[in-house]
Design a protein around this ligand. Sequence first.
Ligand code: COA
Length: 330
Amino acid sequence: MSFGTKIIGTGSGLPSRVMHNAELETFLDTSDEWIRTRTGIETRRIANPEKGETSFTMARQAAEQALEMAGRKGSDLDAIIVGTITPDTVMPNTANQLQAVLGASRAFSFDLQAACSGFAYGMSIIDQYMRLGTIRTALVIGVETLSTLVDWRDRSTAVLFGDAAGAVVFERTEDPDHRVIDTRIFSDGRLGELLCIPHGFGKVPPYRPEYQLHMHKIKMRGNEVFKVAVRNMVDASKKIMQAHKISKDDIDLFIFHQANLRIIDSCAESLNIDKRKLWLNVQKYGNTSAATLPVSLDEAWRSGTVKQGDLILMATFGGGLTWASALIRL
Ligand code: COA
């Protein structure tokens, strides 16, 4: 009998403001038509800190929803991991702040930075602890307020991103039939400059004369990122399916990182997947980075698109570069 990790609750935290492509047309040289055809994105949510919408508050909302669904309290948690590159404060980190408000005094808690792969990395770490039997209940969150890191004058990135949080409560299980079957995480630091934030941290801190505010924003070589994203998500998906002798036809739902509809379509074509099995919400939310996988899982579960016993394949990709895949039997 071996230990594993079961999903027992999911939740989301979304800001209330919906930004349509038409609004971007008012201050950028872009069009609704260009954004829809090149990315599939129609709207995105944008957090308003003046209304108290920040990474921490969105993460808290998602966590409380996930705990409620799971029927667990903060005091049941042994671990909290938050994947984010946009914490409200670097210190204390988001997970520590959540630990305090959730009353999770027994839990260890930390943020990890793996950009869009943050949730998948967190899930992978938790699964290793569960398999060792050292923890019983854990919360993993992906949250991002990328609106604070977007250069709103740069049409090649400003149209792509949105804000959101997604949370999943995991519990240790001995049931071989309902568990996280495997997770695979990867990185390639040689390609870090394809997607980066050059200023604002240790290399060029804000108090140095060479600091420029517009360099404290997301810079991306979109074409190159597109190709690597498809190649790596396809490769990570194939590796994990082959390792477990699982065919694409055995999978009930594919949840790819929601960055761009064309990236998801290209992955589906390369893997020869039935497109009806693809989860899609990039049209509504844009790329919410670490939040795309848990928000998608939450929506798929709450809408009844997936149910207990279904097999899910997740694959994601982000700055770093980082990427990951996961196979989950609900
Ligand atoms: N509106 C109108 N035109 C735009 C535009 C916008 N928002 N953004 C870029 N363009 C222009 C470019 O300036 C370029 O013009 P030019 O031909 O006169 O030079 C033209 O559109 C084509 O640009 P290109 O970058 O080749 O477009 P693309 O088809 O590759 O689409 C992205 C651009 C960013 C949508 C695409 O490369 C992409 O999605 N990349 C991956 C991004 C991503 O997912 N990143 C996060 C990973 S976690």
